[in-house]
Each structure stands twice: as structure tokens, then as C-alpha cells.
Design a protein around this ligand. Structure first.
Ligand code: MG
Length: 385
């Protein structure tokens, strides 16, 4: 497979936005612009590495904006112009075959656009996403306004993709000829005689340029619905002759034991299902089949911690969990605090975000006859957009 490196140009000062600092470090809905841009490339499986070109004053901002991302190469410092900054990024990424050169100030780029550009590089040395001009175009002249035919006119976006060697040679040729004024790489490529293919861009892939752009993007981020999901879980196990039950990870002496797969901890099983439900990833039986003998008698905390890991892998933040145990005996009250602590340790959230409740079944039904114990659980998880 071709190795693809993204070069994110983030060295600009963004003087047209009216913000205090550079726009790529401004916050949109809690995340800074550069973080959102980087996350788009991080999430795209065809991109092997990300090279960010930063301004020498932005080291601290960059570290905060890029924390936790895994595909990043060490940042390089850009030059006096965009062209020089891209050139610095190219020099640092020579081992990659293809590059996708992208403006940090286009945080809304989507995966489909990245794939279209990358795909075009299989048959072309250069490719850029572009959109046909839909507004009528006018040119202001000294003598008045003149209409311009918009047929075959496109607006250029990024990422612009190239074969690494071809665009690096073009940059070197431009410097050798004293050209430092190219505002995008497609223009530079064209100047150097590299044919560049047009692929479809996206209306949402706007470049944040003016103060109005920033204000609109901030409003959209604030208006975006948070991705909050509530998962539900249910479990029951029968009571058989024995001397203890394990409920929510706490071993309680009892006249009976719960029978079943693993240690039959209905509380943790219901909660495991609730967490898996928030990512639509089946249930505990799919991940830990009862038919597999290795789970016989197993402690159920490993099922729950596995589910919590899967949720976090999908960028979910576990905000709250709630377990209700339904049984006549044993009395749960004396053990509730220990159960909350146990769950909070297993799924790594604070105990004040963990609820454990219990009720009897008023002596009716199978729970009332003490033939089994039931647990119900919910998990509330917030996912990063
Ligand atoms: Mg179970």
C-alpha cells in the first residue's frame, strides 16, 4: 500500500479573523480548530502519518492542541510564506510516497474528500478537491462592473495531494527561480508542469478566514447536538445451594449462590451490557461466550473493564452508571458503598458518578421466592463529535 503523509500547514498568523491569537488555535465548541483538523486525518485509515508545520511561537499551543494523537511526527517550524512552510513539511517527510497538503484552518474536511484526493493519486501526480462556482461572477473595472463567465470555473480546496518527489522537485525549482508567491500547491505544481486532477470537494470544507467565518463556525459548534447515548442492560441468574453471592464485584456471605457463566455477578453483567449498548457492540455473550470454558468461574470485573475500554476506544466518556439489584436476600444496603467503589475502580470514573440501588420484589414472582436475582443497569456516555 502506498504510504500517505498529511502535511498540515499551521504556521500562519491569521490576521483577517480579528482574533487575539492565530485562528488555528481558537476554540470551536471546546476543541481548537487545529485539533479538529488533526482528528479528521487521525481518523482516516489511509493516512499513515501527520506532519504539522507550526510557527516558532506556537510550541506550547501546538502541544495542547495535539495531545493524545498517535499519527503525529515531531512538528517542524515553517517559513515566512505558506509556500516555505509547505517546503519545510516536505523536507521532513521524504520517506512517504504521497502527501496530502492541508490548511489547518479547514477543520471540517471529511473522510470522503480525503479518500477522493488519495485515490486520484493512483492515476495522477497531483489532485485537488474543488467545487464548481455557483454564484454569478463579476469583475470590478474602472468603467463599471463586468460579468465573468463561470463556466469551467472552480474554487480550490485542500487537501491537495501529490506524489512526494514530484511536488518536492517543484518546490525546489520555484525557490531556485526566486518564486515565493504561490498561495497553493496546485498553482505551484501547474507552474512546474505537473498535471493536477480535479476531484469533487465538499461545501462543508470551508476555510476559516474572516472574523465572520469564525463567528459562524462557533455558532454551529455551540448549536451542534451533543452525542449523548444511554445504554440499558438486564441480567438474571438463578440461586442454587451455596455460601456466597458476588454482586457488583463484592463477595457477600449468603445461604445460596448465584449459578451461571463466570461468577454470575448479575450487577456487573447488566452494566457490561449497558456499556456495550452505547456503542451498539452486541452483548456480553458475544464478547465472552458462555460456551468458552475459560470464562467458567471467571471474575466479572474483566468483562466490565473490557466494555469500558471498547467505549473509550470509540471516544466515549462514561459520565454515569446506575445499577439496580432486585432481590429479597441478602440485604444490599450494608454493601452499597463498597459496590460503588468497586465499579468506579473497574471503569475508572469517580464514585459519585456510580449509583447502586436495590429493592426487594415484595415476595412475589421468582425473585420473591428467592429463585433468582435480577439486575438492571443504565450507562450514560458522551461521545466526542
Ligand atoms: Mg449473566
Amino acid at each position: 500500500m502506498t504510504s500517505i503523509c498529511a502535511i498540515i500547514v499551521a504556521a500562519g498568523r491569521g490576521s483577517r479573523t480579528g482574533l487575539d491569537g492565530p485562528k488555528q488555535y481558537a476554540k470551536l465548541g471546546g476543541r481548537c480548530v487545529l485539533t479538529q483538523t488533526l482528528q479528521a486525518f487521525e481518523a482516516c485509515s489511509i493516512v499513515s502519518a501527520i506532519q504539522v508545520v507550526i510557527h516558532c511561537d506556537d510550541q506550547k499551543n501546538y502541544e495542547a492542541a495535539s495531545a493524545g494523537l498517535k499519527k503525529l511526527l515531531p512538528p517542524v517550524v515553517g517559513g515566512a510564506t505558506r509556500q516555505a512552510s509547505v517546503h519545510a513539511g516536505l523536507n521532513a517527510t521524504q520517506t512517504y510516497e504521497h502527501v496530502l497538503i492541508h490548511d489547518a484552518a479547514r477543520p471540517f474536511v471529511d473522510e470522503a474528500t480525503l479518500r477522493r484526493v488519495a485515490e486520484a493519486l493512483n492515476s495522477h501526480q497531483g489532485a485537488l478537491p474543488a467545487l464548481p462556482v455557483v454564484d454569478s461572477l463579476k469583475r470590478l473595472k474602472k468603467t463599471g462592473v463586468e460579468s465573468v463567465d463561470r463556466h469551467n470555473l472552480f474554487t480550490a480546496q485542500t487537501p491537495q495531494g501529490f506524489h512526494h518527489k514530484a511536488i518536492t522537485d517543484a518546490h525546489e525549482a520555484a525557490v531556485a527561480e526566486g518564486r515565493h508567491d504561490f498561495t497553493d500547491d496546485a498553482a505551484l505544481a501547474q507552474w512546474a508542469g505537473i498535471p493536477v486532477a480535479l476531484v469533487e470537494g465538499a461545501r462543508t470544507n470551508i476555510k476559516l478566514t474572516t472574523a465572520q467565518d469564525m463567528e459562524d463556525a462557533m455558532k454551529n459548534a455551540a448549536a451542534a447536538l451533543p452525542d449523548i447515548r444511554v445504554g440499558h442492560g438486564y441480567d438474571t441468574h438463578i440461586l442454587v445451594a451455596g455460601d456466597h453471592v458476588t454482586l457488583c464485584g463484592v463477595k457477600i456471605p449468603h445461604t445460596h449462590s448465584l449459578h451461571g457463566h463466570s461468577d454470575a455477578d448479575v450487577g456487573l453483567h447488566a452494566l457490561t451490557d449497558a456499556l456495550l449498548a452505547t456503542i451498539g457492540d452486541g452483548d456480553i455473550g458475544d464478547h465472552f461466550p458462555p460456551s468458552d470454558s475459560k470464562w467458567r468461574g471467571a471474575a466479572s470485573d474483566q468483562f466490565l473493564s473490557h466494555a469500558a475500554k471498547l467505549v473509550r476506544k470509540k471516544n466515549g466518556q462514561i459520565n454515569h452508571v446506575d445499577v439496580t439489584l432486585l432481590c429479597e436476600e441478602p440485604k444490599i444496603g450494608p454493601h452499597k458503598a463498597a459496590m460503588r467503589d468497586k465499579i468506579s475502580q473497574i471503569i475508572k470514573i469517580s464514585a459519585d458518578r456510580v449509583s447502586v440501588k436495590a429493592t426487594t420484589n415484595e415476595r412475589v414472582g421468582f425473585i420473591g421466592r428467592q429463585e433468582g436475582i435480577v439486575a438492571l443497569a443504565t450507562a450514560t456516555v458522551v461521545f466526542a463529535p
